[in-house]
Ligand binder design. Sequence first.
Ligand SMILES: Nc1ncnc2c1ncn2[C@@H]1O[C@H](COP(=O)(O)OP(=O)(O)O)[C@@H](O)[C@H]1O
Ligand SMILES: [Mg+2]
Length: 326
Amino acid sequence: MAAIVTTDLSKSYKQLGKATVHSLSGLNMEVGENEIFGFLGRNGAGKTTAIKLLTGLIRASRGGAEIFGKDSRLPDARAHIGYLPEHPYFYEYLTPRESLEFYAELRGVEKSRRKSEWLRISEMLDLDEFADRRIRGFSKGMRQRVGLAVSLIGDPPLLILDEPMSGLDPHGRRMVRELMLRLRSEGKTVFFSSHILSDVEEISDRVAILVSGKLAASGRIEDLSGDGEKAIELCCTGLKGEALNALAARGMKGTADEEGRIRFLVPDVDQSAGLITEIQQQGGILLSMVPVLESLEDFFTKLEQRDPSSGRKETKSAAKETESHE
Ligand SMILES: Nc1ncnc2c1ncn2[C@@H]1O[C@H](COP(=O)(O)OP(=O)(O)O)[C@@H](O)[C@H]1O
Ligand SMILES: [Mg+2]
């Protein structure tokens, strides 16, 4: 059974005297059990809105969502979810140990189980070193660990994490990634949002990309990046401006990096052979030749350039999505 299914999930905010804000429009998405699913989009794309709908914190204007087959508005569905809000709130005068005790009680974890729950979670997040210090003086990274700890209370099968890596340093980001991988290895489903591509790219089994409240693309990263478009990248040095112009005039345009290396992208091996000859004839030295996939970043940028709110009506994938549901 899918962990999350959304059908036409939509949220609009009507504001007096202002234009209605369509924060989320017709989201159709399915998250499989035991996946790490990355929910990607720039700030304001609608990620938090979607997450609040999934966790039952706000009501949909249209459509709905199911969590393990149960309507997301029901407490029964919520019992399956561990949730990390975008801006977790803490009682500053409590310690992590006390906070977890407090939330465990709130979540209905029996008293006899709370001690073992603390041990399990504090080990996963390395909380021991500051278990009995007040949260008040904690750094962003320490707070995030406490927030994540709270989401793990009761060992829920689905974790919904809103920007879990945001504001963390590289060490903190790695900690979050490792936690997500561990959760997956334990059979859990992890659904997390981010506006930073590399955080999502690295560990997600599948991703969905939101642009202006609409699903612009979803699928496995390998399938999304470049729609399978491969290319060969040649990197060389020692080419003068004249030589570059001559090559560009024949459709082989290189781009220079800060260290003066020139990179060319050609579609296939035949063309790369031709280009290598040219480079050598112009006095250049070939440094490397590697097959590359169009990066997800390029793909992401392309999707945003086709943003429905900036001209075009709908992206190709979003249009497909609508067709298949009507
Ligand atoms: N309570 C609200 N009232 C009006 N507009 C809102 C409200 N909450 C969110 N929005 C708007 O909805 C859009 C999506 O916001 P959000 O879901 O927070 O995006 P993200 O999490 O991707 O950054 C933004 O334009 C935001 O200003
Ligand atoms: Mg957000």
